[in-house]
Design a protein around this ligand. Structure first.
Ligand code: GDP
Ligand code: CA
Length: 329
């Protein structure tokens, strides 16, 4: 089976680990990774979501933090602080730095981000094909109405999330560069050739939303013959972790599983989804999900351990099968 997943960082990576456990070795899983969180830091290109997926699936992730490397040390960061360098709020660990050094050197030598990511994955063997959504520089910025440092109105997503801890009100989210970006190598084909396309429980605005802000990717998702199914990142009126709550509220999107489903929309109605999983505690929202034109099911959505995460992946594939069956009928 060919499965293509549009993934952010932590939520997406965890889901994909379940998908690997729930599928067979000869199933082909392609992950289209969000690159709109990427940034230049000290001359290095940092790709937090690609690295979270790569480290999580490759066994290199810090199990407590859920980002960055195991057994990390922070000597370089401490030295940067001692110099009074800018932007030391970003967590650049010593081990992690090597990834950014290899990536940045390859980019400077003229390699594309897809080839660079392939090279990094040769070490980590994530068990999936990891494709950057685009090789163009796309960056998420958050409009915050002058409440930020130095009274700035618009700041990079990482500054909003890490430095300001998502504690200032959001007025708007701008995926800069998306309108002119083209899909990365292999991305459109991976969606068109898939047998199932999955939107995992990633942030619907800055992760899957950013991936879908690339026009060629949204068009491919709208037109693929594969069923497109998603897992709600919102359970019972809140994000399990992360800053989806603040972003959805800032954009006046209802903070609920069905609110996100309506925001993404049914493919039969110009949107990107055919099916949507909500948590069992949100079963009362299935009527609203179905009223939005989606096939809905309620199953446990907390990825609390490996077994429940693998079961969630199986439930997602079951839903895709049901969607495909009902459209064939
Ligand atoms: P990020 O790039 O590291 O923020 O990661 P993602 O965008 O892939 O995932 C973040 C989202 O995952 C958060 O907004 C949460 O709502 C969601 N999430 C995290 N853990 C879980 C979980 O156990 N179950 C579900 N359904 N959603 C989760
Ligand atoms: Ca991210």
């Amino acid at each position: 089976m060919k499965i293509t997943v549009l993934s952010g960082g932590v939520g997406g990576a965890r889901f994909i680990s379940g998908l690997l456990a729930a599928t067979r070795r000869d199933d082909e899983i392609t992950v289209i990774g969000n690159t709109a969180d990427d940034l230049w830091l000290f001359g290095l290109r940092v790709c937090p979501d690609l690295d979270t997926v790569m480290y999580t699936l490759g066994g290199g992730i810090d199990p407590e933090r859920k980002w960055g490397r195991t057994d990390e040390t922070w000597n370089a960061k401490d030295e940067l602080i001692a110099y009074g360098a800018d932007r030391t709020w970003f967590g650049l660990g010593d081990r992690d730095l090597a990834t950014h050094l290899v990536r940045s050197e390859m980019l400077r030598a003229g390699e594309g981000l897809a080839a660079v990511t392939r090279r990094l994955c040769e070490r980590w063997q994530p068990g999936v094909r990891l494709l950057p959504m685009t090789e163009d520089e796309v960056e998420t910025h958050i409009a915050i109405d002058g409440t930020g440092p130095d009274g700035r109105d618009v700041i990079h997503f990482q500054e909003y999330w890490i430095r300001l801890r998502a504690e200032v009100p959001v007025r708007d989210v701008v995926i800069r560069g998306a309108e002119t970006a083209t899909a990365g190598p292999g991305v459109v084909d991976a969606i068109l050739d898939a047998e199932v396309v999955v939107l995992p429980p990633s942030n619907p605005i800055v992760s899957t939303g950013a991936i879908l802000s690339v026009g060629q990717i949204a068009d491919a998702v709208r037109s693929t013959a594969a069923p497109v199914v998603g897992v709600s990142p919102i359970i019972g009126g809140g994000a399990v972790r992360g800053m989806a709550d603040q972003l959805l509220t800032g954009l006046a999107i209802e903070l609920s599983a069905s609110g996100v489903a309506r925001h993404l929309g049914a493919r039969s109605d110009g949107g990107v989804l055919d099916g949507w999983l909500v948590d069992t505690s949100d079963a009362a929202q299935l009527a609203a999900v179905e009223a939005a034109g989606l096939v809905g099911r309620a199953v446990p959505l907390y990825m609390s351990d490996d077994a429940t995460t693998a079961q969630l992946a199986r439930d997602t594939l079951d839903l895709a099968g049901a969607v495909a069956g009902s459209s064939a009928a």
